[in-house]
Design a protein. Structure first.
Length: 459
């Protein structure tokens, strides 16, 4: 049986959660369980979603601890690369929608996509999220060709992991992406409320709610086992979508032994000629946004959590402490945005416009360890192999040394003097935190080899 949101059960959990949340003891008991890094049950998550604002300090502190228990203090960086803004859908919140008459449309050539990858590489990134609007010309084979062009691009070094955010496609097309070396396949359900979904997607193939839900199973059956789930917050009641998103992820874990590799929490941003982006039906205030991130982290401790540059710098800095483990930096949301300066073809406005170096400096100052690691995917630690390590809190035995090595590479080849200085003051402390003595010694040896020009060393 494919996944379908169980509206009755979700509504009951949320109603019960509201009642339970009135009792601070009950909320504290749930937090105690969450601190063991055991996934929460849906009724427990519902109670945390409803807990009064006075419980924020405890909930936020637990989320930070759980994230550090699983992933340590590392935060992985990536950049999105948009290849097209031609779209057959009419999503009423998106600047790329077919009904936007004033958008200048562009479909990059493979060469132009490679140029974009080169520009992204020049900032030190090694991981790209390739983003595509829905366009019959962009079938699995075409998307796979773009991925190959991005992998082949060279600028000092090359891109080591390409994740893809693209429309649902048939299993055969997913197989093309698999053969081109896809990292994670991302597809956000936007909202799990079928009625709101129908009104936000009035025409085009995306109007088919179930086809979108089933995309994850088709991708999985094509061999793609790192899957990125998400919802677009602002369309429907945020607690409902948060709980439905969790139920989708738990279903996957139960059915296939692999939970979501990542959860994304995009909030609707203003976009040109996109009516729902200017007046979201259920706007999500910052206070609830913070709670959303913390509760998702506590409910699904082993899952990567992504925060994009849709959010302003200050709020992003705060959210990094609530369980976020992957972030984009210096993003452009228009095809060709890195090699040209034409913002008029963007999907939505980006709020955090800091350069990658500025983001990295701020992460270091706040005690995080920036990472450009792509090692799990390249070492075959995907799907259940990754989950088995993440669930036991063992993944950070890889994350910590790999973060140090890839960040050292960034510092040697791209960093500003300010970041170099911050890293000099930190590297010893980070090395000391590699628990396994042999691995620590190995990392030290790798760092020496890097002084002689060696690159791309990882565990
Ligand atoms: N076209 C594909 C699709 O819709 O699945 C993939 C690319 S689409 C550009 C990626 C995501 O951007 C969408 O799934 C949606 O959640 C998000 N998005 C669209 N319009 C947005 C807006 N105005 N603000 C923030 N996120 C938006
Ligand atoms: Fe097209 Fe995706 Fe934008 Fe919808 S969200 S209009 S499918 S690019």
């Amino acid at each position: 049986m494919p996944f379908r949101p169980d509206y009755e059960a979700l509504t009951k959990h949320l109603d019960d959660g509201k009642k339970y949340a009135r009792n601070p003891r009950h909320v504290s008991d749930i937090l105690e369980k969450a601190l063991t890094a055991e996934p929460l049950e849906l009724p427990e998550a519902a109670a945390l979603l409803h807990a009064p604002p006075s419980m924020d300090p405890q909930i936020f502190s637990a989320a930070k601890k759980v994230k550090e228990k699983i992933y340590g203090r590392r935060i992985v960086l990536f950049a999105p690369l948009y290849i097209s803004n031609f779209c057959v859908n009419n999503c009423l919140y998106c600047g790329f929608r077919s009904g936007n008459p004033s958008l200048r449309r562009t479909l990059l050539t493979r060469e132009e996509a490679a140029k974009e990858a080169e520009a992204i590489l020049s900032e030190g990134h090694k991981r790209i999220l390739m983003v595509a609007s829905e366009d019959p010309r962009l079938d699995g084979k075409a998307l796979a060709d773009y991925m190959r062009a991005i992998y082949d691009a060279k600028n000092g070094s090359s891109i080591r992991r390409v994740n893809v955010n693209a429309a649902p496609m048939p299993t055969e097309d997913f197989k093309e992406l698999k053969s081109a070396g896809i990292g994670t396949y991302q597809c956000f359900q936007e909202t799990y409320d079928e009625k709101i979904y129908a009104s936000a997607h009035p025409s085009g193939p995306k109007n088919d709610f179930h086809n979108r839900i089933d995309a994850m199973e088709r991708a999985f059956s094509a061999g793609i086992d790192d899957l990125g789930f998400g919802a677009l917050f602002g369309l429907a009641d945020w607690r409902f979508d948060a709980l439905a998103l969790l139920s989708h992820g738990f279903y996957f874990d139960k059915e296939y032994g692999v939970g979501p590799h990542t959860l994304s929490v995009p909030r609707i941003e203003p976009a040109e000629n996109a009516p729902l982006s200017l007046r979201p039906p259920h706007p999500l205030p910052d206070s609830d946004f913070r709670r959303l991130i913390a509760v998702l982290r506590l409910s699904m401790p082993y899952t990567g959590m992504i925060l994009s540059t849709r959010e302003p710098a200050e709020l992003r800095n705060e959210c990094f402490h609530l369980g976020i483990s992957q972030i984009s930096a210096h993003s452009k949301t228009n095809p060709g945005g890195y090699s040209t300066n034409d913002e008029s073809t963007s999907q939505f406005s980006v709020c955090d416009s800091r350069t990658t170096d500025e983001v990295v400096a701020s992460l270091l100052r706040d005690g995080f360890l920036p990472s450009f690691c792509t090692s799990c995917y390249r070492s075959g630690r995907t799907g259940d192999a990754f989950m088995a390590l993440a669930k036991k809190g063992l993944i950070q035995d890889f994350c910590q040394p790999n973060a140090i090595l890839t960040f050292q590479e960034y510092v040697s080849d791209y960093a500003s003097a300010r970041v170099k200085k911050l890293w000099e003051e930190r590297i010893k402390k980070e090395l000391a935190q590699i628990n396994n003595t042999q691995r620590r010694a190995h990392a030290r040896k790798n760092l020496e080899e890097m002084k002689d020009g060696k690159r791309d060393l990882f565990f």
